[in-house]
Design a protein around this ligand. Sequence first.
Ligand SMILES: Cc1cc2nc3c(=O)[nH]c(=O)nc-3n(C[C@H](O)[C@H](O)[C@H](O)COP(=O)(O)OP(=O)(O)OC[C@H]3O[C@@H](n4cnc5c(N)ncnc54)[C@H](O)[C@@H]3O)c2cc1C
Length: 397
Amino acid sequence: MDPRYPLEVEPFRKRVRAFLDEHLPAGWAGLGAIADRDEADAFVDSWRATLAANGFLGVAWPTEYGGASLSKLEQIVLVEELARAGVPAMGYNDTFSIKMLGNTLLRWGTEEQKRWFLPRILSGDDRWCQGFSEPGSGSDLASLSTKAVLDGDRWVVNGQKIWTSRAREANWIFLLARTDPTAKKHAGITFLLLPLDQPGVDIRPIRALSGDSEFNEVFFTDAVTDAANVVGEINGGWAVANTLLGLERGEEAATNPILFRAELDRLLALGTDDVVLRDRLADAYARCEIMRFLGLRILTGVLNNGTLGAEASISKLYWSEYHQRVTALALDLLGAQAMVLDGRLPLRAYRTDDPGAPDTTGSWVGAFYNATAGTIYAGTSEVQRTILAEQVLGLPR
Ligand SMILES: Cc1cc2nc3c(=O)[nH]c(=O)nc-3n(C[C@H](O)[C@H](O)[C@H](O)COP(=O)(O)OP(=O)(O)OC[C@H]3O[C@@H](n4cnc5c(N)ncnc54)[C@H](O)[C@@H]3O)c2cc1C
C-alpha cells in the first residue's frame, strides 16, 4: 500500500480546486449547511448542471460519448476534492445513471446504445433507476420472477419490483426479467432498458421508518420496450448484472473516509464528560482511521490492477457496520433530546448527512435510520461475509 498519490496528478487537482473556487457560492460551508430541503435539492440540480457544463461528469468516459477521457486516478482525485468541499460529485439519480448503468453500457452496450444513452445520461435528459429486487427475490436475486416476452419488435414485461430507489424521479429503469423459464435460474435472465412513462408502469412510494419515501414498488402490466433495448445477450443478463453490481461501489474508497470523518468531527464537537461515551468516541475515531487506510489499500489495488478486488466487500461490510455504531453513539450523546425531531432529515437515504449539516436531531436521528439500511442495501452483511469466506478465505460453502 502506498498512501501517496503520484505527483503527475497534482496539476489536475489544482484545476479542480480552481474550478471549486470559481463556482461555489461565497462562504460555502457544505451542502448540509443549507437548512431548507427544497433549497438544498435545487442546489444539487444546479450544481449537477455546472459539473456537466464544465466536463466534470462521467469524466473517465470516452469523449465520443460525452465524457472527458480522463484517467481513473484523475477521476478519484476529482471525487475526493468535491467530497472535501462538501459538494456532491453528481445528481441524486446518478448512482444509477452514471455509476451503474453508464459504466455497464461502456462494457456491454452496443455502439448504438452507447451513442444514444450515454450523452443523454450526462445531459440529464434521462434519469435511471434500478429494477432488480422483487418481493420474493433480494439476496437470492437470480430467483426473480418478473417476466419478459419478445412480441415482434418489442418486449412485453409483467411483474413487480420493490425497493426501487428514486423511481419517481427517473424516466427509465434498467431491470432483470426472466426470459427463459425453462432454463436454470441464472441462465434465463435478460437485462432490459425500459421507459417508465407509459400506461403499463405503476410506481407506488413506500414510506420508510424515517418518514421519507425514497424507494418504491414498481408494477409492470404489459409494459413494453423496444426489442433493441437488451444489454448483452438475451438470457445472458446475469453476467451484465454482475458487472453492474461491482460498479456500485465506485470511488467510495476515496470519498467514504472524508464523509465519515466530517460526520465524526461533528460528533466529537458535541463533546461529553461521560467517560464511557468518551471511550466510545475514541473507539469511533480509531475505526474511522482504519476506514481511511482500508480505502487507501483499495485505491492502490484499483490503480495498479484496474479493478476492485475482494476488498470491496470488506469495505462495504466495514463502513456499514461502523456507521451503525457511530450513529447509535450520536443518539446516546444527544440523550432524551433525540426523541424530539427538529430540523430536516438528511437529504439522501444513504450514508452520512452532508458535510456542514447542523447538530439537529433531524440530522442525527435521520443518519441513524439511514445507517440501519446500510447493512441491507447493495448486499447484506451476511452476504458480504459469505463472499469473503468463500472467495477470499477459500472456506467451504
Ligand atoms: C435503502 C435501500 C435501497 C434499495 N434500493 C434498491 C434499488 O434501487 N433497486 C433494487 O433493485 N433494490 C434495492 N434495494 C433492495 C436491496 O438490494 C435488498 O434489500 C437486498 O438485496 C436484500 O434483499 P431482501 O431485502 O429481499 O432481503 P433477503 O434477501 O430476504 O434477506 C433477509 C435476511 O436473510 C439474510 N440472508 C438472505 N440470504 C442469505 C444467505 N444465503 N446466507 C445468509 N443470510 C442470508 C439476509 O442477510 C437478511 O438478513 C434497496 C434496499 C434498501 C434497504
